[in-house]
Design a protein around this ligand. Structure first.
Ligand code: WT7
Length: 659
């Protein structure tokens, strides 16, 4: 039975001792329920007529030409949503608010890392986006062209995305923490014509070069015509005449008048690369009408967002899908006022986020479990030193949030009353799919709980048998949804193969996550079932890191596993075999290998631990036995090693690991 505690009653929250020291679920306070955007009837409406429900959600947007049909699934697994409709995504996110009298409302409270700040109203945003659109047009870009955006969290990054959307250019945002070679492979794959970047980026009070990495990346990249550079840090910047342009000299000089043209509902809006099970990242394609509908819908209901009242803050980076959907498109479509912060949570010190919450009166705060656990490590006296009473709703995304972190988050940051929405979704799903609805759902620590109204999910076994309460299997989505991916850029076979072949007969989308239903029927996401690691909520494939390691001249073979990590969820642990004749210089070699991974992929992919071993454990068919390596990495006793070619290999590995 579910034991429920009413929000705000901190004493009651610890009196239930049926199972552990804590209540099983938390009812929303009456006060929250009274004002909530969502009610139970939302589920009923969606159940009654799913497509009519989505049509209603699509009417949150301004359509230049109304759609004729909600869904065309005849070419499955490539969906068409809101068929025949035409809209302009940027018009919906910017112009519309100005036309409807919200021009003076702040869209973005931008907070720079060194302490500078800037407020942009919707009118300011319209002027900036229009200027950028005019400048991009002057560069010869036309609808359908691809633009790479490689920038820290500065307003111009958001302006660039919206200018692309306005012109029907397809953007490919590359996280500015990625290496130049990662940027290059994404530029080549999408054949981008323009890169927008900054001279440098602020990191913990220091200016680090960024344009230099772009120069390295675009050297010999034939598709690139221009590099557009925002001056952010004023550090010395190498320059190639004719190719490179300063933002303030081009965009800054362009006209602030620009009329947005409509595009088809299925016009590609962006490509975003994410790790798969092979070394090559997948360019996930998202389109316009369905994507904007579902991001706006979920931002409204899941975050209980009140236009003109809330101050919303999503702490993600625009380099990830969370930044696309819940900093740029969802919130701006809903006319939100939001905080955008450029830096790390501990610059200049660990109080930074709470200072920002106080400064702007943040009401909705959406972050990742790894950061919550970091805050816990820093100690509750840090948030306790601030007035966080403005916060009324908390969100979590990226990985399962452990109940201990969930409770800490609710008590310390949410004042013991704020509902937490644990939102499950993926780069591929485009928007939130499984989450409590605040004011309706009794929230349960650690569980993402319920598919949203309009969304259909199942947990199934290997034979496609749907599982009920108590069942433990694979998470599948058995009906198409508006913000679903439309393919993998340049590789539709891989699209079908990765997501639709596992349950081809049933026509279900395979998410790659294991999940279970508890006895109340609430859904718990258990983590990836493929060779993809989740490090601080970032997806990194084992084979990507392995290929970065073997690109070092000294490495013959590498095996990488994700081992559980108290703060980051998983940590990367690597085992390498050296080439014959290569000397093991100990720490020096390990440092070199870590640097190699940073350079090839990103510092976020740097292994926590690298062990040089004489051999890797393989099955008779030559497959590396990652399960056993994970046991070693997590310090467990080894299980069954009987299928190993040479069980003695393990003694050597365990010994090397213990060193
Ligand atoms: C993978 C998707 C969605 C934006 C951030 C990550 C894991 C995500 C949750 C959650 C448990 C979660 C899954 C998923 N994941 N949210 N609330 N509970 N797991 O996007 O990089 O595409 O990663 O992140 O494993 O498949 P992504």
């Amino acid at each position: 039975m579910t034991e429920t505690v009413t929000g705000g009653d901190a004493a009651a929250a610890t009196t239930d001792t049926t199972e552990s020291e804590h209540p099983v679920s938390y009812a929303p306070s009456e006060e929250f329920v009274r004002q909530a955007n969502a009610g139970k009837e939302l589920y009923r409406a969606a159940e009654q007529d799913r497509l009519a429900f989505w049509a209603e959600q699509a009417n949150r947007l301004h359509w230049h030409t109304p759609f004729e049909k909600v869904l065309d699934w005849s070419d499955a697994p490539v969906a068409k949503w809101f068929v025949g409709g035409e809209l302009n995504v940027a018009y919906n996110c910017v112009d519309r608010h100005v036309h409807e009298g919200r021009g003076d409302q702040v869209a973005i409270h931008w907070e720079g890392e060194p302490g500078d700040s800037r407020d942009l109203t919707y009118s300011d945003l319209l002027a900036e986006v229009s200027r950028a659109a005019n400048a991009f047009t002057d560069l010869g870009l036309v609808a359908g062209d691809r633009v790479a955006i490689y920038m820290p969290m500065v307003p111009e990054a958001i302006v660039s995305m919206l200018a692309c959307a306005r012109l029907g250019l397809t953007h490919s945002v590359v996280f500015a923490g990625f290496s130049s070679s990662a940027l290059r492979s994404r530029i080549d794959d999408a054949q981008a014509k323009l890169v927008v970047t900054t001279d440098g980026q602020w990191r913990r009070g220091k200016a680090a070069p960024l344009k230099e990495s772009v120069d390295e990346a675009v050297d010999g990249a034939e598709s690139i015509e221009h590099v557009l550079v925002v001056r952010r840090t004023e550090i010395d910047t190498p320059w190639t005449e004719g190719r490179d342009l300063w933002w303030h000299e081009t965009v800054g000089q362009a006209s602030a008048e620009h009329e947005a043209q409509p595009f088809d509902s299925e016009h590609p809006l962006f490509i975003l690369y994410t790790s798969g099970t092979t070394g090559k990242p997948k360019g996930i394609i998202h389109t316009s009408g369905g994507y904007l509908t579902q991001t706006a819908y979920t931002h409204h209901y899941v975050f209980d967002h009140k236009q003109g009242q809330d101050v919303y803050w999503c702490t993600a980076d625009i380099g990830w899908v969370t930044g696309h959907s819940y900093i740029v498109y969802g919130p701006l479509a809903n006319g939100a006022t939001q905080v955008v912060y450029e830096g790390t949570p501990n610059s200049p010190d660990e109080h930074r986020h709470w200072n920002i919450v106080e400064k702007y009166g943040v009401t909705i705060y959406y972050t990742a479990p790894t950061l919550v656990r970091t805050f816990m490590k820093w100690g509750r006296e840090i948030p306790d030193a601030h007035d966080l009473s403005s916060i009324r709703l908390l969100g979590s995304v990226g990985e399962p949030i452990n109940p201990e972190a969930w409770r800490w988050f609710r008590d310390v940051v949410g004042g013991g009353t704020a509902p937490i929405v644990d939102t499950w979704w993926q780069t591929e799903t485009g928007a939130i799919m499984v989450s409590p609805l605040p004011g309706v759902t009794h929230t349960k620590p650690g569980s993402a709980q319920t598919p949203l109204p309009g969304i259909s999910a199942k947990i199934v076994d290997d034979d496609a048998k749907p599982l009920g309460p108590g069942g433990n299997g694979y998470l599948v989505l058995d009906e198409p949804w508006p913000s679903m991916l439309r393919g993998i850029w340049g590789d539709m076979e891989r699209y079908k193969d990765t997501y639709w072949s596992r349950y081809a007969t049933e026509g279900w989308y395979f998410a790659g996550d294991g999940a279970r239903f508890d006895d109340d029927g609430d859904l718990w996401v258990l983590g990836r079932v493929d060779d993809v690691m989740n490090v601080s909520g970032h997806r990194i494939s084992t084979s990507e890191v392995e290929s970065a390691l073997v690109s070092h001249h000294g490495v013959a073979e590498a095996a990488v596993v994700g081992a559980s990590d108290e703060t980051t969820g998983q940590g990367i642990v690597a085992f390498v075999i050296l080439r014959g004749g290569v000397e093991n210089t100990g720490d020096e070699l390990i440092a070199e290998l870590k640097a190699q991974v940073s350079k090839e992929i990103s510092p976020i992919a740097k292994p926590r631990q690298i062990t040089v071993v004489p051999e890797l454990p393989k099955t008779r068919s030559g497959k590396i036995m990652r399960r056993l390596l994970r046991d070693v990495a997590e310090g467990r006793d080894l299980g069954d090693t009987s299928t190993l070619v040479d069980p003695a290999v393990f003694d050597a590995i365990s010994q090397a690991n213990a060193k």
